[in-house]
Design a binder for this molecule. Structure first.
Ligand SMILES: [Zn+2]
Length: 327
């Protein structure tokens, strides 16, 4: 993947690359944004581009420097990846000692600090002077999804590259480039609300596929007041996955609405199932909204779910039945 391939951010990073090449050096960059928004991928790609000795566009991916970087063994790049709760003064002293050495390949050092919000105040103070006047051409990449926890003195010495979640469409495009089939990419992008990292987590998550199947089975089991308790019980034990259950239902509702209107659903592989469904998509969507509001005002998950199901099999909205079995 190249900088320009990075949907939504290519321009920003190309610009940074040009300022570095033009000698307008930025010593410290802060990659800030929510979990899964691509900041770590971007920081690494940018570091690799700076280390690359191959042909433009960089990173070329094939030169010895790129290969060493990809293997995590480039001698001039040091990454602090906290495994403990904090990054302490000792970690920063080690880093400063490392930066005092001559770069092995004669270029510059790059120090990458992941989860920079874990730097203790003492560690941040220890880092301050080095951030201001780094040895040689050394560059710092700080990565954080909670930059507000960093000292103002650190923030003022960093140029911030801000990340937000992508639109579902852009997120799906990124996933497709990573080899995920387009239909699945759209589904994952919708569920992850534009977070590429979250979408990739979901993609590798067999539990998630199983949860989705349980949700659809539960909806399909609704066929009258007597069915509500059993259908809801099937999902009540999914502690902590209430939001995921509601997201799955929301996408299903939207697809069902599309099918009811004679349009193509998002998830084309579900077409048969969507056509067979007896749920009214709009009533389900309203139910999901209501359930979210109830959860936010501390209604328990089993209660919110059963309320939604009773609504669905009850009168529906405007006297229309949510389930066609009543028609
Ligand atoms: Zn290269």
């Amino acid at each position: 993947m190249r900088l320009s391939d990075f949907v939504g951010y290519g321009d920003k990073l190309e610009h940074l690359m040009r300022s570095v090449q033009a000698g307008r050096i930025v010593h410290a960059l802060l990659f800030a944004g929510p979990h899964g928004s691509g900041k770590r991928t971007m920081a690494n790609l940018f570091a690799q581009a700076l280390m690359c000795r191959g042909q433009e566009p960089r990173p070329c991916g094939v030169c010895p420097a790129c290969k060493r970087f990809a293997a995590g063994s480039h001698p001039d790049v040091k990454t602090i990846r906290p495994e403990k709760k904090t990054i302490g003064v000792d970690d920063i002293r080690d880093l400063i000692d490392y930066l005092a050495l001559k770069p092995y390949e004669g270029g510059r050092h790059i120090a990458i600090i992941e989860q920079a919000e874990k730097l203790t105040p003492a560690a941040q103070n220890a880092l301050l002077k080095t951030l201001e006047t780094p040895p040689g051409d050394a560059m710092f990449f700080l990565i954080s999804d909670a930059p507000g926890s960093l000292l103002p003195t650190i923030l003022s010495r960093c140029q911030t590259v801000r990340f937000t979640d992508l639109s579902a469409e852009d997120c799906a495009a990124v996933l497709t480039r990573r080899g995920i089939p387009p239909e699945r990419a759209r589904l994952l992008a919708g569920l992850a609300q534009g977070s590429v990292g979250r979408a990739l987590e979901l993609d590798g998550d067999n539990d998630f596929a199983a949860l989705r199947e349980r949700v659809l089975k539960s909806l399909e089991a609704l066929n009258g007041p007597a069915s509500v308790a059993a259908a809801a019980t099937a999902l009540e034990d999914d502690k902590g996955s209430e939001q995921a259950v509601l997201e799955i239902m929301e996408l299903w509702a939207r697809d069902r609405m599309a099918v009811q209107a004679g349009a193509d659903p998002y998830e084309a592989s579900d077409l048969d199932r969507l056509t067979r469904s007896r749920l009214d998509g709009r009533a389900l969507l309203m139910g999901v909204m209501r359930a979210r509001a109830q959860l936010a005002s501390n209604v328990s998950w089993p209660n919110a779910l059963e309320n939604m199901y009773f609504h669905l099999i009850d009168s529906g909205d405007n006297g229309r039945n949510a389930l066609s079995w009543q028609r």
